[in-house]
Design a protein around this ligand. Structure first.
Ligand code: FAD
Length: 622
């Protein structure tokens, strides 16, 4: 048979983790196969067609800075863009885009199909080929054996997937797609710790049957944001409004009266759901005193009337869904096009992974995405990219790479997962990062693109654009630092006027820009002509001026921490031989098996004293 049955990397699953993994490996020049249930569902958004939001857009921009696809697809598919927290500091500012579901999928598919070195094959992976403690390939549902040096598993919600609508349930990977049962059973035979999580989605509605005129319109922002560092507003399709409506006491009464028919409350579902994206029945029970909840009415696309009512995800029986959704203002006569449902699925304890996302028990096997206990496209995509990179690095016989917590939200995400594990679907927030001021969405390229270039992830076009931007930022910072304004001169008088304060002595333009009421546009042309610079450049100059002191302080803290990050704990480190450790701490260290002293210190309950004991033991072993 003249069919390629040997690849460097096989990625199982064409979702958000799988596409970024396959693209990253292929960009690094290794022969890659994307093996997925259905080629038509590559890049499908299982739930809300929206990308970004607080904490999440930081991940999207990091994927982008490393040459990934998510932000580029969002720019081609986004039909409503907003900057969240725009009045707050730059660390928590976030871009969010409502996407056209079909355009997003098409954009991802196009990027995947145009990636040299990447092949696609439509088949379910039913088994892994394992020799000793190493994975060496995959067996598909029709018995085709495909070999590879490394395998990345990104099966999403499909492993042992079970869909619930009221007390009815059936096996499925998500509505309309089959589950992965054989592979789930096979993985349960391996030494991984497996558990169940659940997530849910609301009913979809025919937009022609709702009355938008009684809802509050929510237009996108002007000027229009872009998601990718390489993106432009010219790529955006037509922009449309989202809307807001509310639940009422009547809605809540209907839900409350039917809780005994909810699989969650009747004890049929065992998996834990996402705390920050609760179902409507959950909200009504947990926030019993609230008489109304907001519902964001979001279009699914430009070529469909379907809409996504964000905020009422549910697993209640269909008849209850019809009744309670019709109590929303503007939804009185609505037609439901798809019922809401909950899905339970297998996930693996991420403490069984290394920072590279390679599993500890099976060499050359990497896990990424929802199967590691996360929720969200962005969290999945970021992990996929990292797993793809490390799968390719292993093929190239190079050391693994993972960004540190002070370098990227991707570093925070992976370190949180493998250090602390998770009992509920993990989503990213800016509050999870201790160095928020350094990890902004606007500087993801400055933090990561150089590394991406070194790894082989960043192409010549992106690299050239990045270098031009960095050079322009540096030049403009130099100009502002070396341009001085004296009181009593024409420039000094103008400065006093725009800043509404007389100058007491000589200042550089950079000094003036640091003042709370100053911005770049006010200051740049006070003396000499300001160069014409893109906003991406002037924004960086302004942030550098305003946050210089805080940034330097965070950088000093990081330098101290870095010594601990660089102190590695060997895989076979014997915690039983260290006297002085409490049994609880010993147990936790054995459970997590931290890779560095810094990671050990982040495990809950591991005290500084315990860390000192580890350091003493390391010294003895040296
Ligand atoms: P997926 O996007 O699920 O992709 C998995 C891919 O693997 C699919 O292409 C599948 O066909 C393929 N696959 C699986 N098994 C095999 C196999 N054996 N062989 C070959 N191919 C295989 N996220 C939120 O942030 N908020 C929410 O409220 C939310 N609600 C959700 C509700 C539902 C009902 C679902 C299904 C998901 C929800 N999500 C939500 C999660 C979001 O969809 C996921 O986080 C994201 O899609 C995970 O990406 P992934 O790449 O890990 O997996």
């Amino acid at each position: 048979m003249d069919f390629p049955t040997r690849f460097d990397v096989i990625v199982i699953g064409g979702g958000h983790a799988g596409t970024e993994a396959a693209l990253a490996a292929a960009r690094m020049g290794v022969k890659t196969l994307l093996l997925t249930h259905n080629t038509e569902t590559i890049g499908v958004m299982s739930c809300n067609p929206a990308i970004g939001g607080i904490g999440k857009s930081h991940l999207v921009k990091e994927i982008d800075a490393l040459g990934g696809a998510m932000a580029r697809a969002t720019d081609k598919a986004g039909i409503q863009f907003r900057t969240l927290n725009s009045r707050k500091g730059p660390a928590v500012r976030a871009t969010r885009a409502q996407a056209d579901r079909a355009l997003y999928r098409a954009a991802i598919r196009e990027i995947v199909e145009h990636q040299p070195g990447l092949s696609i094959f439509q088949q379910a992976a039913d088994d892994l080929i394992i020799q000793g403690d190493k994975v060496t390939g995959v067996v598909t549902q029709t018995g085709i054996r495909i070999h590879a040096t490394t395998v990345v598993l990104t099966a999403g919600t499909f492993l042992g997937g079970k869909i619930h609508v009221g007390m009815e349930n059936y096996s499925g990977g998500r509505a309309g797609d089959p589950p992965a049962i054989a592979l789930s059973q096979r993985l349960r035979e391996l030494p991984f710790r497996v558990d169940r999580l659940k997530t849910g989605t609301p009913a979809r509605i025919d937009g022609r049957t709702v009355d938008y005129s009684v809802m509050q319109a929510q237009p996108g922002d002007t000027p229009l944001p872009v998601m990718s560092f390489m993106g432009s507003v010219d790529e955006h399709p037509q922009q449309v409004n989202c809307y807001i409506t509310h639940t009422s006491e009547q809605t809540h009464d209907i839900i409350r009266a039917n809780l005994d028919r909810s699989p969650m409350y009747a004890g049929v579902i065992e998996g834990i759901g996402p705390r920050y994206c609760p179902s409507i029945e959950d909200k009504i029970v947990r926030f019993a005193d609230k008489t109304s909840h907001q519902v964001f009415v979001e279009p699914e696309g430009l070529s469909t009337f379907e809409l996504y009512p964000n905020g009422i995800s549910t697993s209640l029986p269909f008849d209850v869904q019809v009744d309670f959704i019709r109590t929303l203002k503007g939804f009185e006569n609505c037609h439901i096009t798809r019922p809401g449902y909950a899905i339970e699925y297998d996930f693996f304890n991420p403490q069984d992974l290394r920072h590279s996302l390679e599993t500890k028990f099976i060499q050359n096997l990497f896990f990424a995405g929802q199967i590691n206990g996360t929720t969200g496209y962005e969290e999945a995509g970021a992990q996929g990219l990292l797993a793809g990179v490390n799968a390719a690095l292993r093929v190239q016989e190079k050391d693994a790479w993972a960004p540190r917590r002070d370098e990227a939200y991707l570093g925070v995400l992976v370190d949180d997962l493998i250090t602390m594990g998770t009992k509920e679907p993990y989503r990213m927030f800016t509050s999870r990062a201790e160095y928020r001021l350094l990890l902004r969405e606007d500087n993801a390229d400055a933090r990561l693109t150089e590394k991406g270039r070194e790894l082989g992830l960043v192409d010549d076009i992106r690299w050239a654009a990045f270098c031009t931007k960095m050079e322009a930022i540096e030049q403009e910072k130099n100009r502002l630092t070396s341009t001085w304004i004296q009181p009593g001169t024409a420039a000094g008088d103008q400065a006093a006027k725009v800043l509404d304060q007389p100058l007491t002595h000589e200042y550089s333009l950079m000094d003036l820009l640091k003042r709370p009421n100053a911005n770049y546009a006010m200051i740049a042309g006070l003396k000499g002509e300001a160069p014409e610079l893109p906003e991406q450049v002037t924004e960086q100059v302004e942030i550098a001026a305003k946050y210089d002191g805080y940034i330097k302080r965070q950088e000093q803290e990081i330098a101290a921490l870095r010594r601990q990050e660089n102190t590695r704990l060997p895989d076979n480190f014997d915690y039983d031989t260290i006297s002085g450790l409490s049994n609880e701490v010993r147990q936790k260290l054995k459970e997590v098996r931290p890779e560095t002293i810094a990671q050990a210190g982040r495990i809950q309950g591991v005290t500084p004293a315990a860390v000192s004991l580890l350091l003493i033991q390391l010294k003895k072993m040296a």
